[in-house]
Design a protein around this ligand. Structure first.
Ligand code: ADP
Ligand code: MG
Length: 318
């Protein structure tokens, strides 16, 4: 029976955990996670799907970096990639506990739920390392930023008139290092939370792994995870119900079902904004091109409907 269940990798966007304007207290984050986990629990309880969950971590890792910097005189600050690991534990626990409680309410507290601290291998020669683009952590004054640049070798940049920020490279994910461990958990019918925040970026030096200060796009890492665990469906849950052509113009046209060929054309025509919808589309294209059955993009509250073709944007080979 278990063999008939379809494996779905679900990538949760930032709003699944923290809404714009919220301070990010534990209670606020747990409330958002509850809404999200409701959909995930429904998927599991339907008996039709096995689920692997991944998620973003922008606001959470930003707060951890701020805590590190504010308390640097009394507690040794950690490198960015370690802050990424902390955020995986933080968010992983919130999802893990909430999902368990929801499943237990339905008499299915026996289903194991586990978070895997996940390293993602990147290429040390990835051109992204020559060109850091991803802003992380708090805003600084220009003076503070210059000081961090000379003292710590940070790359800093003015961010859209809002102040100065550290920027780090965003390399392409090559492999989920813990894929074997994740697969074994899935085979043993666990619900797994993995590769949070795009994963902890590592480079391989001979047989050894070394953490690097970079941020991997969570949608691209989610696609890599989906391939590495052999998922049939890759689903991206965000804050819009569908990908849209001519977005935010009078000609706006939401996409429901599209083929690989069509979506590649729309992508080339520049319909999807860089840094938000574009990486989701790129990840979806990679997934279906690599043999995945379908990629689905929709909003958090329509996850179950979208899997049944009643909502969202679904991309298939033909
Ligand atoms: P997440 O945290 O889920 O990754 P993002 O903000 O990175 O969220 O991406 C989702 C956003 O992409 C939407 O809120 C929407 O404003 C934006 N977006 C850009 N281009 C499009 C498009 N063509 N169709 C739909 N949404 C788009
Ligand atoms: Mg995003």
């Amino acid at each position: 029976m278990n063999e008939e269940k379809k494996l779905v990798v679900v990538a949760l966007g930032g709003n699944a955990i923290l809404q714009p304007g919220q301070r990010g207290t534990f209670e606020e984050q747990m409330e958002n996670v509850r809404v999200t986990c409701n959909q995930l629990a429904q998927m599991v309880l339907s008996g039709q799907y096995k689920v692997v969950i991944t998620h973003g971590n922008g606001p959470q890792v930003g707060n951890i970096l701020l805590q590190n910097e504010t308390a640097r005189e009394v507690a040794a600050p950690m490198p960015l990639f370690v802050c990424g690991a902390e955020s995986q534990g933080l968010i992983g626990l919130m999802i893990q506990q909430t999902l368990h409680n929801l499943l237990a309410d339905e008499g299915r507290g026996d289903i194991p739920v586990a978070t895997v601290v996940t390293q993602v291998v990147v290429d040390r020669n990835d051109p992204a390392f020559e060109n850091p683009t991803k802003p992380v952590g708090p805003f600084y004054s220009e003076d503070e930023a210059r000081k961090l640049q000379s003292e710590k070798g940070y790359n800093v940049r003015e961010d859209a008139g809002r102040g100065w920020r550290r920027v780090v490279p965003s390399p392409d994910p090559i492999a989920i290092f813990e894929k074997e461990a994740i697969r074994q958990l899935v085979d043993a019918r666990s619900l797994v939370i993995a590769s949070g925040g795009g994963g902890i970026p590592v480079v391989q030096e001979g047989g050894a792994l070394r953490g690097v200060d970079a941020v991997i796009d969570k949608d691209l890492a989610g696609q890599r995870l989906a391939v590495d665990v052999g998922a049939k469906i890759f689903m991206v849950l965000t804050d819009v119900e569908q990908a849209v052509l001519h977005y935010k113009t009078p000609q706006a046209t939401p996409l429901s079902r599209v083929t690989l060929e069509e979506i590649k054309r729309y992508q080339a025509e520049g319909h999807f904004a860089k840094g938000s919808m574009e990486p989701k589309i790129r990840a979806a294209i990679r997934f279906v091109e690599g043999g995945g059955e379908r990629a689905v993009i929709t909003s958090l509250d329509r996850a179950v409907d979208a899997l049944e073709g009643r909502a969202g944007t679904t991309i298939t080979r033909d």
